[in-house]
Design a protein around this ligand. Structure first.
Ligand code: GDG
Length: 521
């Protein structure tokens, strides 16, 4: 599966470098000590894999195993550059600061964030390690695209060491309102870290707005629409890339940063292609039979995470059964809850709560022929996910807060039959685009129950009308369009600055000639 890295030039560097916490592959160490690599699931990988395969770029990230020191290699057309993390790095930087400080804070403190200075110190050290690894493989003037909340300091660190680079950052999770963000003891460092980028992308317009407000409050820098003027303090930065510096109205040397929404998407065609395969359609029919041929199959697919609103979904379903509004023969629920962050305490507690609830509902309402909730705490192959999407009459996405939610888009992409109902939380980024879904507030359990009943009773023509509209959006705005629009914005940003600079230089020389070069005038 793997071979030596083949860089795009003799210097061993690449013109496009993606940097993310996790590589698109995991290292698997077997009991006998033998090692192999396996594709790893997750929103980011799903989104970026097709982009990377089309370019000859390098991907810098962690292999998912503590203490790993693997050499760079090539996997399925992507050059992989592993960054090693010690067991303490994993505990402090990853499970601690990333998943127990930033994750709950950025998801509107649904769970309380923990603040530890040791975790922050580790975040600094590990971000520098990622920045150094990226700088080492980036060619002169290369584009480096940094991904997500685990690496928010990397843009500034990269700019300091490599002012020649074009730097992008994309935040896959929400960016919270200032009233929440301001809790973070290291809020200014985070904002300064991000401002090292030329373009900062967010999922929703509201996230970009929250970021710009944080910039104004914490730094006082001027923002205008999507543009932020960042003062240049280090002369080396101007020397490293003279085209990027310009003079602001207040007479400071600044560079401009763009912060705006780039809603992420999926490789819609590949989901549709899988859905057309006869064996996957047969599997979808088989799933329904195995469930005891209920009238309606409902589906939830999530990482087992407290942001996904799995508990709210189960509560609504359980109450509908308890009130006799539905029976298990009418409507069966399949819940895939893929294991996630299993060493973080909040996730252990969540798992216990969810499994207790599932057990209770099944105990109270299942019959020998019909199980109320088929609960799968396991990752499933992509083919099986598509079969589940095809088998499901109703897809329940009830996140309490979610950057985008790719599952909602995947469901839509597979439904080439223009059938199926998407029940979608208005707190998922996808709700900004998928307006033809049944939008719900998952905190409103009565509203959620009504939406489920409405979805169950929705006439075929309405299902079809809504699904056509959803499919149009997802097919036209796929992941290729997302990455292209981000990379185009990065290119435009540097181009605009170069031409603004060229124009300024032309003005200056024109006025110098008009003034006869008299510096006093
Ligand atoms: C983050 C943000 C944002 C899940 N279980 C299995 C499996 N998956 C795949 C899904 C989907 C992906 O993982 C999950 O993506 P989501 O977007 O739903 O959620 P997060 O993992 O939280 O992703 C999110 C995303 O980044 C991208 O920017 O949308 O808001 O939180 O692709 O299909 N895939 C397989 N088996 C599973 O059991 N094969």
């Amino acid at each position: 599966m793997s071979s030596e890295t083949t860089p795009d030039d003799a210097s061993g560097t690449y013109s496009l470098v993606v940097v993310s916490n996790r590589l698109p592959v995991d290292k698997v160490v077997a009991a006998d000590g033998s090692e192999s690599w396996r594709a790893s699931p997750g929103g980011l990988v799903t989104a970026l894999e097709p982009v990377m395969r089309e370019s000859d770029g390098a991907w810098v990230g962690w292999a998912g195993v503590a203490g790993d020191h693997s050499e760079p290699f090539e996997n399925d057309g992507i050059s992989i550059v592993p960054v090693s993390l010690s067991a303490e790095d994993v505990e402090f930087y990853y499970e601690g600061f990333s998943n127990d400080t930033l994750w709950p804070l950025y998801h509107d403190v649904i769970a309380p964030p923990t603040y530890h200075r040791d975790w922050w110190d580790s975040y600094l050290i590990v971000n520098q390690r990622f920045a150094d690894a990226a700088a080492a493989v980036a060619a002169q003037g290369a584009t480096v695209w940094v991904q997500d909340y685990q690496l928010q300091l990397v843009p500034k660190m990269l700019r300091e060491s490599r002012p020649d680079l074009v730097i992008g950052f994309f935040n896959h999770i929400p960016f919270p309102a200032y009233g929440i963000f301001s809790q973070l003891p290291w809020r200014t460092q985070i904002v300064e870290g991000l401002l090292g980028a030329d373009v900062i992308g967010f999922q929703r317009v509201a996230d970009a707005g929250n970021f710009s407000r944080a910039v104004r409050r914490l730094t006082g820098y001027t923002t205008k629409g999507a543009t932020i003027e960042v003062p240049i303090e280090d002369e080396a930065e101007v020397q490293g890339n003279p085209l990027r510096a310009k003079v602001s109205r207040r007479g400071h040397q600044v560079r401009t940063v763009t912060a705006r929404a780039f809603p992420i998407s999926i490789d819609a065609a590949s989901f549709e292609e899988l859905a057309h395969r006869p064996e996957i359609q047969a599997r979808a029919r088989e799933i329904r039979q195995e469930l005891g041929d209920p009238e309606i199959v409902m589906l939830g697919v999530d990482r087992l995470d407290y942001t996904k609103g799995i508990g709210h979904r189960l509560k609504a379903y359980g109450e509908l059964l308890a009130e006799g509004k539905i029976s298990v023969a009418d409507a069966s629920l399949v819940q895939v809850a893929s294991p996630s962050r299993e060493r973080v305490q909040t996730y252990m507690t969540l798992r216990d709560e969810i499994e207790l609830t599932v057990g209770r509902i099944n105990g109270d309402f299942s019959t020998i022929s019909h199980t109320a909730i088929s609960y799968l705490h396991q990752g499933r192959p992509r083919d099986e996910m598509v079969a589940l999407y095809l088998a499901a009459d109703i897809m329940l996405v009830t996140a309490l807060r979610d950057g985008m939610n790719l599952v909602a888009k995947e469901y839509v992409a597979t439904r080439f039959d223009n059938d199926g109902v998407l029940v979608l939380s208005e707190f998922a980024g996808a709700a900004d685009e998928l307006k033809a879904a049944l939008l719900v507030n998952p905190h409103d359990i009565e509203g959620l129950k009504e939406a489920i009943l409405r979805a169950m009773q929705m006439p075929r023509h309405e299902r079809s009308r809504r699904m056509r509209s959803l499919r149009k959006r997802v097919k036209e705005h796929d992941v290729a369009r997302w990455s292209k629009s981000f990379l185009d914005a990065l290119a435009d940003q540097t181009l605009a600055q170069s031409s603004a600079d060229a124009a300024a230089a032309a003005d200056e020389s024109a006025s110098e000639s008009a003034n006869g070069g008299d510096e006093q005038s």
